[in-house]
Design a protein around this ligand. Structure first.
Ligand code: OGA
Ligand code: MN
Length: 315
């Protein structure tokens, strides 16, 4: 099917975020006008659902690259399949036993279970991700939804006195911190050295339309220049505000759905399913961000993960 912009329909799916995009075949080339319509919808709705997209890995990468260069994924625990380095494999199918399923007690699944915490992709990297595109290749009959919530709507509904205090603040994000909240010792010392904490702006603005959002999630560890406990309380309160149920869109997957989201202003999390019983195979491409959100990008190095307040916090 040749794509033309006039056939594209965009239907909002939730009061706070998200739209369904139909009438476009993402496996075929997109002309500039059709792509512009999708790009604009992405800026406006933050989450786009493309039902029945039926993309191969190559086609998913080609479409994703229209938004910018892709992140590469290396060295991640829980990923044994040798896919293209631009693809993340989220699957409970044991690569060594094609019919075997990995339950939640499997170490590789334990690492993936970090996805069940509200987060924004790659906020623990010096340049966090712009967008993620997730394709449902095999989906369970019950459970395994992905939930989304808008950090833009969260910002807009905070009292003005609060947003004034957040402006200009810097949050330190770390994957070692977020993983330490689910299980200790998921990384070995070598991997720990590869993941130094990074600094991110606590308030970000969309460069196209100027709309502001807070920027938090599971990797957000503490706010610089605040007492540690007080900053943890602030981050927890902001998370509770952002994830109030009326703000959340839960995507119930159908096979071949492609869902893309704006990591600059959306938190997401995966929901449980019976992983020992049902296959769930998802492929993700991740569009790299345009630059650091705060300078300098790296925080002071710390090696402490078990409850001891790191040096320099609170000053
Ligand atoms: C992701 C993610 C959750 C899910 O792909 O970045 O967090 O539902 N996925 O698989
Ligand atoms: Mn994610």
């Amino acid at each position: 099917m040749a794509n033309t912009v006039s056939q594209v329909t965009i239907t909002p799916i939730h009061p706070c975020l998200g739209a369904r995009v139909e009438g476009v075949d993402l496996a075929s080339p997109l002309d500039a006008a059709t792509f512009a319509r999708i790009f604009d919808a992405f800026q406006e709705y933050s989450v786009l659902v493309f039902p029945d997209a039926r993309l191969t890995d190559e086609q998913q990468m080609t479409f994703s690259r229209r938004f910018g260069p892709l992140e590469t994924t290396i060295n991640s625990i829980g990923q044994e399949r040798r896919l293209h380095p631009n693809l993340v494999d989220l699957s409970n199918v044991d690569p060594r036993r094609e019919r075997g399923l990995m339950g939640w007690d499997d170490r590789r699944m334990l690492y993936q279970s970090g996805n069940q915490l509200w987060h924004t992709d790659s906020s623990f990297k010096p340049v966090p991700a712009l967008a993620s595109l997730l394709s449902g290749r095999e989906v369970p009959p019950v459970g395994g939804e992905t939930e989304f919530t808008s950090m833009r709507d969260a910002y807009a509904t905070l009292p003005e006195a609060t947003t004034r205090t957040l402006e200009g603040k810097v949050t330190v994000h770390s994957i070692l911190y977020s993983r330490s909240t689910i299980a200790p010792g998921l990384f070995d010392p070598e991997q720990e050295r590869e993941q130094p904490p990074v600094r991110q702006a606590l308030v970000r603005a969309n460069p196209v339309n100027g709309q502001k959002s807070i920027y938090i999630g599971s990797h957000a560890w503490y706010v610089e220049g605040m007492d540690y406990d007080e900053s943890r309380r602030l981050l927890d309160e902001l998370l509770a505000h952002t994830t109030r149920s009326e703000r959340v869109y839960a995507h119930r997957w159908r096979q071949w759905d492609l869902v893309m989201w704006d990591n600059r202003c959306v938190l997401h999390r995966g929901r449980l399913w019976d992983a020992a019983l049902h296959r769930r195979v998802m492929r993700r491409t991740t569009v790299a961000g345009e630059g650091p959100t705060a300078d300098p990008p790296f925080a002071r190095r710390t090696t402490v993960w078990d409850g001891i307040i790191p040096e320099g916090v609170g000053v």
